[in-house]
Structure formats: C-alpha cells, structure tokens
Design a binder for this molecule. Sequence first.
Ligand SMILES: *[C@@H]1O[C@H](CO)[C@@H](O)[C@H](O)[C@H]1NC(C)=O
Ligand SMILES: *[C@@H]1O[C@H](CO)[C@@H](O)[C@H](O)[C@H]1NC(C)=O
Ligand SMILES: *[C@@H]1O[C@H](CO)[C@@H](O)[C@H](O)[C@H]1NC(C)=O
Ligand SMILES: *[C@@H]1O[C@H](CO)[C@@H](O)[C@H](O)[C@H]1NC(C)=O
Ligand SMILES: *[C@@H]1O[C@H](CO)[C@@H](O)[C@H](O)[C@H]1NC(C)=O
Length: 244
Amino acid sequence: MKFNMSFPLTFSLLLLIQCTTTTLAQPAAAPAPAGPTNVTKILEKAGQYTTLIRLLKITQVGDQINTQLNNSNQGMTIFAPTDNAFSALKSGTLNSLTDQEKVELIQFHVLPTVLSTSQFQTVSNPLRTQAGDSTGGQFPLNVTTSGNSVNITTGVNNATVANTVYTDSSLAVYQVDNVLLPLAMFGPKAPAPAPGVAKKPKKKSGAADSPSSDDGTADASATSGLRAKGLLVGIIALVAGISL
Ligand SMILES: *[C@@H]1O[C@H](CO)[C@@H](O)[C@H](O)[C@H]1NC(C)=O
Ligand SMILES: *[C@@H]1O[C@H](CO)[C@@H](O)[C@H](O)[C@H]1NC(C)=O
Ligand SMILES: *[C@@H]1O[C@H](CO)[C@@H](O)[C@H](O)[C@H]1NC(C)=O
Ligand SMILES: *[C@@H]1O[C@H](CO)[C@@H](O)[C@H](O)[C@H]1NC(C)=O
Ligand SMILES: *[C@@H]1O[C@H](CO)[C@@H](O)[C@H](O)[C@H]1NC(C)=O
C-alpha cells in the first residue's frame, strides 16, 4: 500500500523537476549577438549623425536596412546627411512631415545596391532609391561626377558627397552636406503645407505604432511561463488526487 502511494508521487516529482529545468533553461537560449551589420552602430561611431539616427529609429528604416543587408546580396548605399545638414533645413521642415513622409524621406537616402565612388561615374540616371518611383515628379535622384567629386541632384536641391563614412562588400555610407529633398514632397507641384491652415487629419499606418520585436519576445516568454505554471498546477492536482 505504501509503495503504491509513493511511486506515482516520485514519478510526478521527477516530471516537476524536469518541467522546472526546462523553464529555467529558456532565457539562456536567447540568441547570442552575432555580427550582422548594424547601421546605427556605424553612424554612432562616426559621430555627427544624431538626427539621422533618430529618424532611422522612429521610421524603423534602420531596422529595414539591417534586415535587408542580412538577406540580400545586392547590398546598399546610404547617403548620410550630417546634423549640420538637418539644421540647415528651413525650420519646421521635419515637423511638417507626416509619419509616412518621414519614412519616404529617409528611404530616399538609401539605394538598394552597394555603389563604390568609382561606380558613380557609370550609373545611369535617375537612380532608384528605397522610396520607390524614380520617374517624373516622384523620387528621382541624379548623380553627376567630375573626377573624384560626386554631386547629387533631386530636382529640388543638390548635395555633394563629402566623405566616405563606411564601406564593406555590402554597404557603403557616404556623408552628404545637404538633406536630399524629393520632388514628390518638396517639388513645385507637391501640395505645399500652407502655414496656418489646419491640416487634414490623415490616417497613417504609423510605423512607430507597430509593436517592437522586444515586446514580442517578452510576450512569448510570458506565455511559456504561464504554460509551465499550468502544467505544474496539473501535476500538483494529479498528486493530490492520487493521495486522496
Ligand atoms: C545596433 O546598435 C545600436 C547602437 O549601438 C544598438 O542600440 C542596437 O540595439 C543595435 N541593434 C541591433 C539589432 O543589434
Ligand atoms: C540573417 O539571415 C540568416 C539567414 O539568411 C538568418 O538565419 C538570421 O536570423 C538573420 N539574422 C538577422 C539578425 O536578421
Ligand atoms: C558639384 O557642386 C559644386 C557646387 O555645389 C560645384 O562647384 C561642382 O563643380 C559640382 N561638381 C560636379 C561634378 O557637378
Ligand atoms: C535626371 O537625369 C535624367 C536622365 O538624364 C533626366 O531626364 C532628368 O531630367 C534628370 N533630373 C534631374 C532632377 O536632374
Ligand atoms: C543643382 O545643380 C545643377 C547642376 O547639376 C544646377 O543646374 C542647379 O541649379 C542646382 N540647383 C540648386 C538648387 O542649387
């Protein structure tokens, strides 16, 4: 009689120990930081790009770039305007943009191929950027070169490639002395945001509103924790049931 009672109890305790071990092991299994390219880190190291870093973050274009660098073999080129370049914009320019326009402005500074400085001499205009449509009044970006100097024109303003910030086989980051203003937003035909006129409230698929992957991870571990707890309660109930 005594044996019959204690055998299932021992067995249940074994199960319980196993279950606890599994739960404890989960956080340790978190992916170790490998070495994928991190654009933010590159810009931080270079200094003078705090505004661009902030915009890459709030628009989530920085994450897009990191993901695409890891997944494509075309590489990418980034024209990085300095903090001075952003300061030189007419005051209120950034604030007048909707969330979606901020995304497009930053995407306009990113090319979906890696270009060396010498390749700028042979590319055909207009170049396609991550902002999309490079025709007409949309998002054209032209490059002109003379010797080693590279100029960019958007149809609204011009910029000069001042410096190479970073290059490897898949990524090139060039310092530019002006924020590149796309025709679609700043061109003569674009509906200019008239000062003083109330803007229509626009429904935007706000990139900043979507949950971060950090939250997703937290949710997942919380769920598995709950599941483990449920199992534990089940085992205790089983033990209690047998004892009765
Ligand atoms: C990239 O680097 C920045 C700054 O060093 C850091 O805050 C961020 O967590 C990094 N991102 C990834 C995906 O490692
Ligand atoms: C990079 O790509 C590999 C496979 O192509 C994938 O297993 C890995 O999770 C990716 N890493 C990141 C940080 O996206
Ligand atoms: C680039 O622009 C500067 C003025 O901003 C000009 O002096 C220079 O000649 C231009 N270079 C090319 C290659 O167009
Ligand atoms: C860019 O280059 C294309 C092709 O040469 C030309 O048709 C277009 O007008 C140029 N746009 C600007 C803004 O310079
Ligand atoms: C930009 O540069 C082009 C020559 O490449 C010139 O014709 C144009 O006037 C410049 N635009 C501005 C706004 O400086």
